[in-house]
Design a protein around this ligand. Structure first.
Ligand code: SF4
Length: 353
């Protein structure tokens, strides 16, 4: 089993339609609380027999104490800091001390940084629901690069990509990122995920941008072939071929996600999909909390979100999928499955926080 703790130190600056982690603007966790939580996670990791890592989210670069936070993150003995470097850029570019912030990352060896683009300016700002967000992301990318960071771009597919593709070409040519990720948004049973569905791309949109995929550094043919596995149609076919829901949802999983929210409470489940509260991580007994975690199953997919007993029959799910566009594209079969279950209103294990 691998364990990841998501430590929510700061709200982000956008309200993305596709956000499955309960993001959005929010207060900073007080610096001393952040440091105490990191120390508590280190004690908890020492009591667990598995490799443990933690991430800083939602937008740590906006936290006024980020230098001290990174120092604390670099001193843990049992829990490893997992750096992803993704930022909206808004918090960073609003700071007068942004060069020092970058230095704090780079001096500790965390060189990879990234921004997400949802297309050209108007579309991007509409999807993240913040005017000026596209401009800030590009400014931040250029700034981070000028400081010596490796800057990556994550292109998050939506149905408007065919219209925006040539402008995306130009943006990427100017930015010259170190790497371009091409992401098909997932779907988790979070109540806000439905907000993105009207923007979701289908196979037709993906095929229309095939020639651009190559320009964006992707292996177009492989990508398109692989993407087909995440369509509603592919899931429908799997059900027709005998996929058994309860067996799938009971399969053991090798990853465990936990979240520490801004009030220092530790939850089972990834951010946005918390299923149980284990108390204030600074005050709970590490050995006892470790015992609870050890008794819990992995929670990356399927059974993490739904009680297998509450699942519909395969034929009922197949009928629900038939009401959706079969070409709709999800990141994988699990996401397509959750979309079908949401269509049926199947209750989840996720807490309303
Ligand atoms: S996807 Fe990320 S940047 Fe967007 S609202 Fe969620 S946490 Fe914030």
């Amino acid at each position: 089993m691998e364990v990841n703790f998501d430590l929510l130190v700061s709200g982000c600056h956008t309200r993305c339609r596709h956000c499955y982690v309960r993001g959005g603007p929010g207060p900073h966790m007080p610096l001393m609380d952040v440091v105490d939580c990191i120390l508590a996670l280190d004690r908890l990791a020492a009591a667990l027999p598995w490799p443990c890592s933690f991430t800083l989210d939602n937008e740590p670069m906006g936290h006024p104490g980020i230098e001290e936070i990174l120092e604390a993150a670099s001193c843990t003995r049992h829990v490893r800091y997992y750096h992803h470097g993704m930022t909206t850029g808004i918090g960073l570019m609003a700071r007068g001390d942004r060069e020092r912030v970058m230095r704090a990352y780079l001096d500790r060896g965390w060189r990879d940084m990234g921004v997400t683009l949802h297309g050209a300016e108007e579309r991007h700002d509409g999807i993240v629901r913040r005017a000026g967000a596209h401009r800030a992301a590009l400014e931040a990318a250029r700034f981070m690069k000028s400081c010596g960071a490796e800057v990556n771009v994550s292109l998050m597919l939506n149905r408007y990509f065919p219209e925006d593709a040539e402008r995306i070409d130009r943006i990427l040519a100017q930015l010259a990122p170190s790497f371009i990720y091409f992401a098909i948004p997932n779907y988790t049973p979070h109540c806000r995920m439905m907000d993105f569905e009207s923007c979701r791309a289908d196979m037709g949109a993906l095929r229309q941008i095939a020639s651009h995929l190559t320009v964006w550094g992707q292996e177009a043919e492989n990508l398109i072939r692989g993407a087909e596995e995440g369509t509603i149609r592919a899931l429908r076919e799997r059900l027709g071929a005998g996929l058994r829901l309860r067996e799938l949802f009971r399969e053991p999983q090798g990853e465990m996600y936990l979240t520490v929210r801004g009030d220092c409470r530790l939850y089972m489940g990834n951010t946005g999909a918390e299923t149980a509260c284990l108390g204030d991580v600074r005050e709970t007994d590490a050995e006892r909390t470790a015992e609870i975690i050890l008794r819990s199953p992995g929670n990356r997919d399927y059974g993490a979100f739904y009680d297998p007993e509450s699942l519909p029959g395969e034929e009922e799910l197949a009928s629900a999928l038939d009401r959706l566009n079969g070409d709709l594209l999800y990141s994988d079969m699990a996401s397509a499955m959750y979309r079908g279950l949401a269509e049926m209103g199947v209750p989840t294990r996720i807490l309303s926080l």
